[in-house]
Design a binder for this molecule. Structure first.
Ligand SMILES: [Mg+2]
Length: 225
């Protein structure tokens, strides 16, 4: 890659089969609940008053909001400590294991890349050995670079509307799945476009993926249909 700020994807090898790109925080690994426990262990509390951490983390001692710089530092410290706090969202492990029989699975996490090794160890430990890319760049161009113009199904799953919209803009015919945890803060999350599927949970997401892969297999077998 010519620009050092771009993500290096040259080590990712895709098979001649569908691709499922999956966000990690609050989709594969619990984020909001463990981060709340982490903050409380430090004498702070997250108040879900809007869909952001900055301005909403307060000191348990005096109820005052922490400075933005302090919040930014806590987020980085949580990523460094993630192996002690984050757990999988059931039943993601068995669901992705089954789907990996038909498709390549790839994790695309919007996390500072310096914590990739921590996340890699955590995912490996819980049985999710699929490739991982960590980048804070928009996700659409990354999925486009991975999938290109392959005539194969591609699926993207995320809890953030802006990531789904970015992929929609850059990747044609991608099945977009909005998988949102049932948490107080996610009630404030921006909604995704009407043409983006919303999944209740991983079982529902898997149903949508199965349907998408089956429809593509039928249209490939009957190109005139
Ligand atoms: Mg997420």
């Amino acid at each position: 890659m010519s620009d050092g700020s771009e993500l290096d994807i040259s080590h990712i090898r895709l098979g001649d089969r569908p691709l499922i790109v999956c966000d990690v925080d609050d989709v594969v690994l619990q984020f909001i609940d463990p981060s709340q426990l982490y903050l409380k262990s430090l004498g702070h509390e997250f108040l879900p008053r809007s869909f952001r951490l900055h301005g909403n983390i307060v000191s348990l001692a005096d109820g005052l909001a922490l400075e933005d710089q302090h919040v930014s530092r806590l987020i980085l410290e949580f990523f460094a400590a993630q192996e002690s706090w984050q757990t999988p969202i059931d039943p993601v492990v068995s669901t992705l294991e089954r789907l990996s029989g038909d498709a390549d699975i790839l994790f695309l996490t919007a996390m500072p890349p310096q914590f990739s090794a921590h996340r890699r160890r955590l995912l490996d430990r819980i049985g999710l050995g699929f490739p991982l890319l960590a980048s804070e760049q928009p996700k659409g161009p990354i999925v486009h670079a991975l999938h290109g113009g392959r005539d194969l199904p591609v699926v993207f799953i995320d809890d953030m509307a802006r990531n789904l919209h970015s992929v929609k803009e850059h990747v044609a015919d991608c099945l977009l799945i909005h998988l949102v945890p049932n948490s107080p803060v996610h009630r404030f999350a921006p909604t995704a476009g009407a043409d983006i599927a919303r999944a209740r949970d991983w079982l529902h997401a898997a149903e949508l993926i199965d349907q998408h892969l089956a429809a593509h297999a039928i249209s490939r077998a009957n190109p005139a249909a």
